[in-house]
Design a protein. Structure first.
Length: 214
C-alpha cells in the first residue's frame, strides 16, 4: 500500500485527529493570549516588571517539552489537560513580547492628545493604544500558534489529542511496513493544520486591522 492509499484508508482517523489537534491548539492559544496580553498591558511601562515578565516567559521556552509533559502527569493526569497547560506556557513569550513592543511603539503624543480630550488612562489604552498595537500583537499570536501546532504533537506521550498519536505509533513500529506511512501521515496532518491556522490568521488580521495600519 502506497502512502496516498494509506491516507485514504485512514481518512476518518485523519479528520478526527485533525479536529482534535486544532481544538487543543486553539484552546491553548486562547489562554496564552489572555495571559500574555494582560501581563503585557500591566508591565509595558515599567522597566523592571517588564524585563522580569519577559525573562520568565523566555525561561519557560527552555524547558524540554517532553520533560514538561511528563512532569505534568502527576498533578493533571493523562489526556488533554497537561497538553493545554504545557502549550499555554510555551505560547506566552511571542505574544507577550509583541504586546509590549506594540504598545511601546505607540506615539506618546497620540495618547497625550487623547487624554487631553477627556479620555481616562484606561480609555486611551482600550481605544487608542491597543488598536494601534493590534497588528503587532496578532503577529505574535500567529507565531505562537504555528509553534504550538508542532509542539502539540509531542503531547501524545501523555495520551494527548492530535496527530502525535500517528507519529508516535509509527515510531514505535519502526521496521514494520506501516511505520513510515503512520509517521508521514502524522507529519502531513501537522503541516496541514499549520497551513490552515496561518490562512485563518491572515484573514483575521485583514478583517480586524484598519487599512491605515496594514
Amino acid at each position: 500500500m502506497n502512502f496516498f492509499e494509506f491516507l485514504y484508508s485512514r481518512r476518518e482517523d485523519m479528520l478526527t485527529l485533525g479536529l482534535e489537534h486544532i481544538a487543543v491548539v486553539a484552546v491553548s492559544v486562547f489562554f496564552a493570549t489572555v495571559i500574555a496580553v494582560a501581563v503585557g498591558v500591566l508591565t509595558y511601562r515599567l522597566e523592571r516588571p517588564r524585563e522580569l515578565a519577559l525573562a520568565v516567559a523566555s525561561t519557560f521556552l527552555t524547558i524540554p517539552s517532553f520533560a514538561l509533559f511528563i512532569l505534568l502527569i502527576s498533578p493533571l493526569g493523562l489526556g488533554a489537560k497537561p497538553v493545554v497547560v504545557a502549550l499555554t506556557v510555551y505560547g506566552l513569550l511571542p505574544i507577550l513580547r509583541n504586546t509590549i513592543t506594540g504598545l511601546r511603539e505607540v506615539d506618546p503624543a497620540v495618547v497625550e492628545s487623547a487624554m487631553g480630550m477627556g479620555m481616562s488612562r484606561r480609555q486611551a489604552l482600550v481605544r487608542i493604544e491597543l488598536p494601534l498595537a493590534w497588528p503587532v500583537i496578532i503577529t505574535g499570536v500567529r507565531v505562537t500558534t504555528l509553534i504550538l501546532v508542532g509542539i502539540a504533537a509531542i503531547g501524545s506521550v501523555v495520551l494527548g489529542p492530535g496527530y502525535g498519536d500517528l507519529i508516535f505509533t509509527g515510531l514505535s513500529r519502526v521496521g514494520t511496513p506501516v511505520a513510515v506511512n503512520l509517521t508521514l501521515a502524522g507529519i502531513v496532518g501537522v503541516i496541514i493544520v499549520a497551513i490552515l491556522f496561518d490562512i485563518a490568521f491572515n484573514i483575521l488580521r485583514t478583517l480586524t486591522t484598519s487599512r491605515g495600519l496594514r
